[in-house]
Design a protein around this ligand. Structure first.
Ligand SMILES: [Zn+2]
Length: 245
């Protein structure tokens, strides 16, 4: 009997979709490059349009079972190829590729990539293994690639797409204006605090380095084409607001 969960099935569909997109994208105007490697040695793909403007990173698939954000990132990628942007945009549709292919939140080393970053509050003492932060901060190859890119390319604003049972936008740093621009399309609550402790997360990493971060939580499991397009419009609005500052 086929026992593939719906989440894993969606992941496979999204992955095939990205492979397909990789091919059609090669003819268009976003650069495609290897962002880094996964823990299993798979190539992590990124897409970039560089125009000498403010540098924005759109990230998805940090948690491998949160495929909703991967779909939204892919759609923004598709639209960005063909439209003018007022920022230098890099899109990483799936950071945790091994987890994504396995349908798991954590990477293949069972580490939560969004608890593993080097922050003042990083700790490996979490009691819930779902959020295991690893034995040391920034130990994971996916995060090493992420941090190297943020530092070397000089990323100035990050939107990281996740999904959760409580859809919301968690703002860290100076990006309230961008979140409010997005809210005109997605009607999500804007929160400065997600309601529980998240040591070693990207939002805190950004705050400590003066890089504003929106951790964008899409409704978990509630997904349709109209829902996706709503988020696409919201994210594009946030990005263009940052570009226009
Ligand atoms: Zn997540």
């Amino acid at each position: 009997m086929c026992n593939i969960s719906q989440s894993k099935l969606w992941c496979c569909v999204a992955f095939l979709d990205i492979v397909y997109f990789n091919n059609i994208n090669s003819k268009d105007s976003m650069d495609v490059f290897e962002f880094g490697k996964s823990s299993c040695g798979l190539s992590l793909t990124a897409y970039r349009r560089e125009q000498g403007l403010k540098r924005v990173l759109l990230l998805a698939g940090v948690h491998g079972d949160e495929w909703e954000g991967v779909f939204v990132a892919k759609q923004i990628l598709l639209e960005s190829v063909k439209s003018d942007l007022n920022v230098d945009l890099t899109i990483v549709p799936v950071l945790n590729l091994d987890g994504f292919l396995r349908g798991t939140r954590r990477n293949v080393n069972d580490i939560d990539l969004n608890r593993n970053l080097l922050t003042l509050d990083w700790s490996s003492d979490g009691i819930d293994e779902r959020f295991y932060a690893g034995k040391e901060a920034n130990s994971e190859i996916e995060n090493k690639s992420l941090i190297s890119y943020i530092e070397e390319w000089g990323v100035e604003f990050i939107i990281s797409l996740h999904s959760w049972k409580h859809a919301l936008m968690n703002v860290n740093g100076d990006c309230l204006e961008e979140a409010e621009a997005a809210k005109e399309y997605n009607f999500l609550d804007i929160k400065g605090d997600i309601g529980y402790s998240t040591p070693g997360c990207l939002g805190t990493y950004g705050v400590e380095r003066r890089i504003p971060v929106i951790t964008y939580e899409i409704d978990r499991g509630l997904f349709s084409r109209s829902e996706m397009l709503k988020h696409v419009l919201a994210i594009k609005s946030a990005i263009s607001t940052f570009g226009g500052k």
